[in-house]
Design a protein around this ligand. Structure first.
Ligand SMILES: CC(C)(COP(=O)(O)OP(=O)(O)OC[C@H]1O[C@@H](n2cnc3c(N)ncnc32)[C@H](O)[C@@H]1OP(=O)(O)O)[C@@H](O)C(=O)NCCC(=O)NCCS
Length: 170
């Protein structure tokens, strides 16, 4: 006998075209709307991923639950990339809004869509790293790590810069 129930398992919930709307902008988890070139254009200059190659961005986007912000004309102007097992854990990554579109609540709308997303309910831990946007994430229940000594990382922050120097030794 099958153990399946009538309700769709969280990993079977189809992406919904529009999760939220803000001032004519749309917040969507539709993978078909992601503009890899636009995302790469931002991330290659971001302080956390300088020089990241487009192939790496593409692979990361494919393997993540991506919530995008789209301007009224359809152009992608923001991203919140969620790295998750859909069961216990979610790491919030690559959160940005292009400068011309900031200050109208788009990052808050993406974060709201993330924490309310049907595929991300009941997780034990959410995590992220930020230089200075603590005030944004605090609004969604994030707190500075209570026991930092228990957390470890293996970080190579120069990885894409070194690769670029190898490709162009001059
Ligand atoms: C941070 C960022 C995504 C905010 O996007 P936005 O759409 O302009 O933000 P919103 O209009 O949704 O408002 C953000 C809220 O977080 C607060 N906040 C806290 N720290 C912030 C910060 N460093 N930058 C922007 N907002 C911040 C704002 O005050 C605002 O709260 P309020 O409306 O209650 O006053 C955007 O400024 C950005 O892309 N910055 C560069 C990339 C970056 O630093 N990303 C975060 C990496 S962890």
């Amino acid at each position: 006998m099958s153990s399946r129930t009538d309700a769709a398992a969280p990993d079977e919930v189809a992406p919904r075209a529009v999760l939220r709307q803000v001032d004519g902008y749309e917040i969507s988890d539709d993978p078909g709307r992601i503009d890899v070139e636009a995302v790469h254009a931002y991330l290659r200059g971001a302080y956390w991923s300088p020089n990241i190659p487009v192939e790496i961005v593409q692979r990361a986007l494919r393997a993540s639950l991506c919530i995008g912000a789209y301007a009224p004309g359809g152009a992608q102007v923001g991203l919140c990339r969620l790295i998750t097992d859909y069961a216990t854990f979610c790491y919030v990554s690559d959160v940005y809004v292009l400068e011309a579109h900031r200050g109208r609540g788009l990052s808050k709308a993406m974060m709201q869509a993330a924490v309310e997303h049907p595929r991300l309910q009941g997780l034990r831990r959410w995590s992220l790293v930020t230089h200075d946007a603590h005030g944004l994430y605090e609004q969604f229940g994030f707190r500075v790590i209570a026991h930092p000594q228990r957390h470890m990382e293996r970080l190579d922050s120069q990885i894409y810069l070194r690769a670029a120097q190898r490709d162009d030794p001059a």
